[in-house]
Design a protein around this ligand. Sequence first.
Ligand code: XLS
Ligand code: NI
Ligand code: NI
Length: 439
Amino acid sequence: MAGKKEFFQGIGKIPYEGKASRNPLAFKYYDKDKVVAGKSMADHFRFATAYWHSFCGNGSDPFGMATRPMPWLSSGDVMQRARDKADAAFEFMSKIGMSFYCFHDFDLVEEGDTIVESEQRLHEIASYLLEKQEETGIKPLWGTANLFSHPRYMNGAATNPDFAVVSHAGLQVKNALDVTIKLGGQHYVFWGGREGYMSLLNTDMKRELDHLAAFLHAAMDYGRSQGFTGWFFIEPKPMEPSKHQYDFDAATSLHFIQSYGLEADFKLNIEVNHATLAQHTFQHELQVAANAGALGSIDANRGDYQNGWDTDQFPNNVYEMTEAMMVLLKAGGLQGGGINFDAKLRRNSTDVEDLFYAHIGGMDVFARALLAAEAILNDSAYAALFTSRYASFDSGQGLLFEKGELGLTDLYALAKTGGEPAIRSGRQELIENIINQYL
Ligand code: XLS
Ligand code: NI
Ligand code: NI
């Protein structure tokens, strides 16, 4: 950072010190080079910072103004503000050892008054970011376009009933893809906050879904024509800001992807708090995605058990995360994606260190959960308990059924001679105790 302003003063490179350390600015579990289940922790997670929450979010909420001092946003000049923000982001990421970041187009620089002005600003800031990337080796995990903040998108972006808005969304996605490609971004995300409806009274749902598919096909064709080889991710979320969002959850999104022939290029980006907002666990959403070979990437955060909103808090529940890491390890990891901290500081977390504590805590929770999950899967009685539950399908008539070789009359005949099946315990409490023992 020679010659540059230091935004996070007094904070150096965050070391790994192990769990005996009492240094709040050190990792206790995340040891990036430590090999777990055949891969380094860094390769398992590919952690990313969310540009929007960490460098744009200032603590304001619908009830109050900004609470957090963000010195990188203080310049009166729009491009200087964008460069300062990039400096702060790269200083933070270098100090904490983050290899990736995720961004919306207008997180990088504010949208201009005209299309030409916006494009000019994006182009300029992308060149600046490229220099920072070359200095540090940090690059985007994924890029996306903000198709939800501007009033033009109040009735939707790709699913807007007005074609003029749909084409404007197309312009924005083209530019966002161009920037993502220019910056060497690995993947591209579609999160459809306004792709849904407030009332079916004024909404032709089928037509809007057809438009969404046509839009995604167009974006994918363009990306491929420009040499983009990453995945396109759909990020499911059931509601907020729309009453009902079309990408409700993993199962709904997969159905959409498969119905419209997008499965060769699209996978899912699963967010913890979106899962819970859809009344699912995070583990459930990971497993649904994994079942379809579509577990692409993760947006890490957590909701609140009492109010259920999309509160985007940093992860802190090791027990639940261990269950999630068991799903992840069994699925063979993420398909090219990483763990993006789509999480924000609380409005009353206003110290310069707070952004570090938040990410250190989140990364340590993942690391600790991964270590526990690996031990549970490989060293405990868990695997045997799990597989023995399905032993009746491993041979004999059960295996024939599994292969699709038995008809209903075969089942009838087997049941009639077999008598009443034995009652078999699912042994959930036993398994829960095993997990507790490995944390
Ligand atoms: C909002 C979403 C959003 C996406 C990117 O709830 O999580 O932040 O990750 O547009
Ligand atoms: Ni979210
Ligand atoms: Ni997200």
